[in-house]
Design a protein around this ligand. Sequence first.
Ligand SMILES: Nc1ncnc2c1ncn2[C@@H]1O[C@H](COP(=O)(O)OP(=O)(O)OP(=O)(O)O)[C@@H](O)[C@H]1O
Length: 299
Amino acid sequence: MTTMTTQTTPVLEARDVTMRFGGLTAVRSVDFTVNSGEIVGLIGPNGAGKTTFFNCLTGLYVPTEGKVSYKGTVLPPKPHLVTQAGIARTFQNIRLFANMTVLENVLVGRHTRTKEGLWSALLRGPGFKKAEKASEDRSMELLDFIGLAHKRDHLARNLPYGEQRKLEIARALASEPGLLLLDEPTAGMNPQETRATEELVFAIRDQGIAILLIEHDMRFVFNLSDRVAVLVQGEKLVEGTPQVVQADERVVAAYLGTPFEGAPGADEVAEVEAAEADADTATPTATADSTTSTRGESQ
Ligand SMILES: Nc1ncnc2c1ncn2[C@@H]1O[C@H](COP(=O)(O)OP(=O)(O)OP(=O)(O)O)[C@@H](O)[C@H]1O
């Protein structure tokens, strides 16, 4: 087992990444780096652009502008080529092969690392048979690592939720990545499962794999991450250690929905508010005994 490295070689570098959907800019000019040995958290309110940014990193979306490099090489915008290059991911919603066994799910994850490819793996072609033993050994090692070796022959759909999430991680690890992207790994988990996931993420990092995670559970993300970046309305608002990010009043404001000077989208909000104020003064006001307006109060 490789121990954690302290060097700061960039593993992932996103430069000036912008993603537009028609008139909507979901991600705007984001620069972002993950270094070897790091756990980096990506947080932001709902709709901030986190998943869109993930999809740009993994080739699911072709960014409208900008480029993404892995270990110094610009990535092709094709998910299987990105996986082959060394980036693996899990999804917000579990995407296992429900009617395949635990072991088969991990074996499928190895197809980018075997010459035979996905179809041969699924159809048990002759080429696959040769590589089967080595692949199975490695898959069992991974199942052992995540604590599911004893369930190798269970159908994925029969696993409890927390174990399905672990299995997804094992399947991602089966492609032998240098960087693992986790999209809300603790979504739907109870506190015990969340703690177990925390330990698992540290253990993966200790194997020399850098980690980037999107997460809504703040305690989880601040406990785990060496660095946290905050996206708000598609722009990177703040980036730093958990302590720096937690203490930044703009982050608190963004989560509470309170506008602040220079916030992404603040100009548009100000314009709308000004237009609303104009409309209010143009409209006959409510009667003197009307109840107090709550407009502008925090919810
Ligand atoms: N395929 C798409 N087509 C059009 N608009 C999209 C698409 N995907 C995302 N968006 C929009 O882009 C913005 C960012 O969405 P995204 O899902 O990336 O945010 P998020 O930060 O991951 O949100 P959440 O935390 O709720 O998952 C939203 O306004 C969303 O509606």
